[in-house]
Design a protein around this ligand. Structure first.
Ligand SMILES: Nc1ncnc2c1ncn2[C@@H]1O[C@H](COP(=O)(O)OP(=O)(O)OP(=O)(O)O)[C@@H](O)[C@H]1O
Length: 256
């Protein structure tokens, strides 16, 4: 397996006692797989994502990517946040070039790569604009283009579409699904939106809080192009909904 999360615990210092945000989590992720972390607020989704991305030290267990222990963030693995993280004084094109500068890619090549990915996310006509001239959805597209430009092997996304309206959100979900298939990226994606998880994921990992544990893992084996109104989609959605209300603490793998 490409990403191995083995018996990982994370404790936070809280007044009175240590708080177990993650309690003995084990999960393996294949190269090219799209995994959504789903669960109620406070179940540890962001903590788990940050631990795998190297931002969050772990209290126990181990995390490896491609056989190497994760100890800090790595340029080969990119994180996309909800607030886009664009530099306001730079043009769209220059924002996309950012990661390439730290990889010392020559200027002409940087521009070529940036424009390739801007085209891929439908923003080829906005390369000279500044971020504040774009809508939230367009800004998040720039962030996605910037992430793809450095050709990362893993992309971490923490509720990246949380601030967007429903229609824009669905368009970006389409883009993300298409890009994950076409560019063969491994994606770990945090959401608390059931529909989003069913639309995007190859597997949905459902977490439960206090302490943060894996409650169940659901494989979504629908085709790459998913139909939000199909019977299979609604069936999967209902199953996840029921699991989220389930009392059992067992870890069960489901196939739909
Ligand atoms: N730096 C911190 N110090 C102390 N406790 C923390 C810290 N970060 C998170 N926690 C606690 O750990 C638990 C898990 O938090 P986390 O943000 O990972 O959950 P989440 O599932 O991503 O939640 P949300 O959906 O609300 O973002 C929560 O109870 C939270 O209060």
């Amino acid at each position: 397996m490409y990403i191995e999360i083995n018996d990982v615990s994370v404790n936070y210092d809280k007044p009175g006692a240590d708080f177990p945000a993650l309690d003995h989590i084990s999960l393996s992720i294949d190269k090219g797989e799209f995994v959504c972390l789903l669960g109620p607020s406070g179940c540890g989704k962001t903590t788990l994502l940050n631990a795998v991305a190297g931002f969050q030290p772990i209290s126990g267990g181990s995390i490896t990517i491609d056989g190497k222990p994760v100890t800090r963030p790595d340029i080969r693995y990119i994180t996309i946040f909800q607030n886009y993280g664009l530099l306001p004084w730079r043009t769209v094109e220059k924002n996309v070039e950012l990661g390439l500068e730290s990889k010392s890619v020559p200027k002409d090549e940087r521009r070529r790569i940036a424009n390739h990915y801007l085209k891929l996310v439908g923003l080829e006509n906005f390369s000279r604009h500044r971020p504040h001239e774009l809508s939230g959805g367009m800004q998040q597209r720039v962030a996605i283009a910037r992430a793809l430009a450095v050709d990362p092997s893993v992309i971490y996304m923490d509720e990246p579409f949380g601030a967007l309206d429903a229609i824009t959100r669905m368009q970006l979900q389409d883009d993300t699904r298409r890009l994950s298939v076409e560019e063969h990226k491994t994606i770990l994606f945090v959401t608390h939106d059931i529909d989003e998880a069913v639309y995007l994921a190859d597997r949905i990992v459902i977490l439960s809080p206090n302490p943060g544990r894996i409650k169940s893992i659901v494989r979504i084996s629908m085709p790459h192009r998913r139909d939000r109104t199909s019977g299979d989609f609604i069936l999967a959605r209902d199953k996840i909904f029921r699991l989220l209300n389930m009392k059992s603490e067992e870890t069960i793998e489901y196939y739909i």
